[in-house]
Write a protein of this length. Structure first.
Length: 172
C-alpha cells in the first residue's frame, strides 16, 4: 500500500518542474541510466545500442524519467534465457521536434492493449508475474504530453516492442 501511495504522489508531481530547461546530451543521459542499471544489465546480458543521439534543450528530470522507465521496462519484460537487445534511435519528426524509438526483443504486447498500457494502474501481468503497480508508462505518457509530445507503441507478442515518443528540440 505504501508503494502505491508513493507512486500516486509521483504521478501527481509528473509535469511539475522545479528546474530551468538546460541542454541535455541524450547520449550522456543514456550512459547514466546504463550505469544505474549495471547489475541488471550484466545479469541479463543486456546490450544497449545507441549512437549519435541529439542534444535537446529541456527539463532534465522528466527526460531522465522517460528514458529510465522505458529502458528499465525493456530490461524487466525481456524473455527468459535470451540475451536482451535494446536499440535507441532518433528521427526528426519536424524542424522543431525530435522523435525517439526505444526497441527491444522482449515479450511484446498484444495490439488490443496498446492504449491500455498507458492508463494509470493498468497491468497486463498478474502480481505473481510482475511486482509493478501499473504506473510507469502512465507517468511517462503524462510527462511527454506535458512537454507537448506524444507517445505510442508498436509490438508483436514474443518478438518485442518499440516505444516511440516525440519531444521538442527546444523547450521554451
Amino acid at each position: 500500500m505504501k508503494m502505491i501511495i508513493l507512486d500516486i504522489l509521483e504521478f501527481s508531481r509528473a509535469g511539475k518542474y522545479n528546474e530551468e530547461p538546460t541542454e541535455i546530451n541524450v547520449n550522456d543521459l543514456v550512459e547514466e541510466i546504463v550505469s544505474y542499471h549495471r547489475n541488471a544489465i550484466n545479469n541479463k546480458k543486456v546490450v544497449i545500442e545507441y549512437d549519435n543521439l541529439p542534444t535537446i534543450f529541456c527539463y532534465r528530470s522528466p527526460i531522465m524519467q522517460i528514458f529510465q522507465n522505458l529502458i528499465s521496462n525493456a530490461i524487466k519484460y525481456s524473455k527468459e534465457n535470451e540475451d536482451v537487445i535494446i536499440q535507441i534511435n532518433t528521427f526528426e519528426e519536424d524542424k522543431n521536434t525530435w522523435g525517439f524509438a526505444i526497441k527491444d526483443n522482449g515479450i511484446g504486447i498484444e495490439e488490443k492493449y496498446f492504449e491500455k498500457i498507458f492508463i494509470l494502474f493498468q497491468r497486463l501481468l498478474t502480481r505473481e508475474q510482475d511486482s509493478g503497480n501499473g504506473m510507469g508508462l502512465a507517468i511517462v505518457k503524462k510527462i511527454i504530453e506535458n512537454l507537448g509530445g506524444k507517445i505510442w507503441v508498436e509490438s508483436i507478442v514474443n518478438k518485442g516492442s518499440t516505444f516511440y515518443f516525440t519531444i521538442a528540440k527546444k523547450m521554451e
